[in-house]
Ligand binder design. Structure first.
Ligand SMILES: [Zn+2]
Length: 261
């Protein structure tokens, strides 16, 4: 049952026939782990906290710097130097005290990822490096967790939902079998990123997480959305499962997280 305060706070969700009290209760039961408290993770966490997600975990070991504030809208100038997950948890708690926020001030590793995933149902990847992206993909497959993954660089973004533990649904490795060699792909500090483009992708990512949590509409599993901000171009392509995938294919060669060191 929703309290009087919740009936009022979520009134605009509750009048939506597709959400209603049943959908809002599902949102309240959902536990979401947001990996990376940056340009993507910030809007994801803000919208999920505002929407009344039951439990929200933030994973990041970075401190806030001045150059983050151009796109990381969870933080204020006075937060510079603080841990992102601490300042973030405080801001999210202030937005919605009804949401349980867990701050994990760690870097995601093969040693801690399975323990972290155990406490959550849905994972939102907003990380900025391939090592974390592949580790999360593999770990979510083994832990049978839905992974909503976004990426943004310069003026372009990508978004996909991976349910590789479900029949016929691809994983990230079905698209990219292996990480690119270190140093061959520039990161956001080298290439730059338009702050609001990260906001678009993070908002879409938060929305897909909400849809998964509340069972709304059609998700993005088996599809990939690309966004080009300069031409305002959204495209959705099919992302088929690769039967030869080393992780989720018919004869897997990746059977644990040992390759992640
Ligand atoms: Zn796969």
């Amino acid at each position: 049952m929703l309290s009087d305060e919740e009936l009022n706070r979520y009134a605009r969700h509750l009048v939506l026939r597709e959400v209603g009290g049943v959908g809002q209760a599902k949102i309240r039961r959902a536990r979401v782990l947001v990996v990376g408290a940056g340009g993507l993770g910030n809007p994801v966490a803000l919208y999920l906290a505002a929407a009344g997600i039951g439990k929200l975990g933030l994973v990041d070991d970075d401190a806030i710097s001045l150059s983050n504030l151009q796109r990381q809208i969870l933080f204020k100038t006075a937060d510079i130097g603080r841990l992102k997950v601490e300042a973030g948890a405080e801001a999210l708690k202030a937005l919605n005290p009804g949401v349980e926020i867990e701050a994990h001030a760690v870097r995601l590793t093969a040693a801690n990822v399975m323990d972290l995933l155990a406490g959550y149902d849905i994972v939102a990847d907003g990380s900025d490096n391939f090592a974390t992206r592949f580790l999360l993909n593999d770990a979510c497959f083994f832990a049978k967790r839905t992974l909503v993954s976004a990426a943004v660089t310069e003026f372009e973004g990508q978004l996909a939902t991976y349910k590789s533990h479900e029949p016929g649904c691809p994983c990230y490795r079905c698209l990219f079998p292996e990480p690119p060699p270190p140093g061959t792909v520039a990161n956001c500090s080298e290439t730059g990123v338009l702050g609001a483009a990260a906001g678009v992708m993070g908002s879409l990512q938060g929305l897909e997480v909400l849809k998964e949590a509340a069972g709304l509409g059609t998700g993005l599993a088996g599809k990939i959305l690309t966004y080009k901000a300069l031409s305002t171009d959204f495209r959705i392509a099919r992302l088929p499962k690769d039967p030869g995938c080393a992780l989720c294919g018919t004869a897997p060669t990746i059977t644990d997280l040992s390759r992640h060191g």
